[in-house]
Design a protein. Structure first.
Ligand SMILES: CC(C)(COP(=O)(O)OP(=O)(O)OC[C@H]1O[C@@H](n2cnc3c(N)ncnc32)[C@H](O)[C@@H]1OP(=O)(O)O)[C@@H](O)C(=O)NCCC(=O)NCCS
Length: 166
């Protein structure tokens, strides 16, 4: 359904047929500079990554679609299958930024992942210190900044299932 922002967001799971598209997104200047590795990847590295990611029970990767067009990606990842905590990373490709797509799809994705991983209690977003836009993005989405936890050059934001269900 199209909402008041004019968006019509759906999330679908990543498939191996998405490899080429994700490769181009991943290596674009916009995405590679905010990524945790901060570098471009080779096609071979990417293919290996995508094939193992699809099979990996500790990862869930959604493609964001707006009006049926693929416009971004959201990835959840746990350290081990029994973990009650997962990290999230999200991007929207450049032509579709600042239209509310990120916020709306983040909301849908959190709802989906809490259902999919029923034991999950907490989602953590690691944002690079200089990435102020994403810090206000996660704050606006209801994530809480944790000032007592630090990972090199990143700020950590948490989102709890208990808050989500209120
Ligand atoms: C973070 C990101 C997903 C936001 O996507 P988006 O669709 O542009 O975000 P939205 O349009 O839903 O914006 C929601 C809120 O985010 C913040 N925000 C988004 N873009 C912003 C910008 N350019 N400057 C300042 N704040 C911004 C604002 O609080 C905004 O609310 P507002 O529109 O009421 O001001 C997108 O900027 C992106 O892909 N960035 C690169 C990847 C990244 O840094 N990911 C986060 C780390 S995992």
């Amino acid at each position: 359904m199209t909402d008041k922002t004019g968006n019509n967001i759906k999330l679908r799971e990543l498939q191996k047929e998405d490899a080429q598209m994700i490769f181009e997104w991943r290596n674009s200047d916009f995405i590679s500079k905010v990524g945790s590795l901060q570098k471009k990847v080779s096609w071979k590295e990417h293919q290996n990554w995508i094939l193992s990611a699809i099979k990996d029970t500790k990862k869930v990767i959604y493609i964001i679609q707006n009006h049926g067009t693929d416009v971004g990606q959201i990835r959840f990842e746990k350290d081990n299958d029994d973990s009650t905590q997962a990290s999230i990373s999200i991007y929207v490709i450049e032509p579709y930024l600042k239209k509310g797509i990120g916020l709306e799809s983040l909301n849908i994705a959190c709802k989906m992942i809490f259902q999919y991983w029923n034991d999950l209690q907490q989602i953590d977003a690691l944002v690079r210190e200089e990435n102020l836009k994403s810090q206000s993005f996660f704050t606006k989405a209801g994530f809480l900044y944790s000032n007592n936890q630090h990972i090199k050059q990143h700020k950590i934001y948490h989102f709890y299932k208990s808050d989500f269900l209120k």
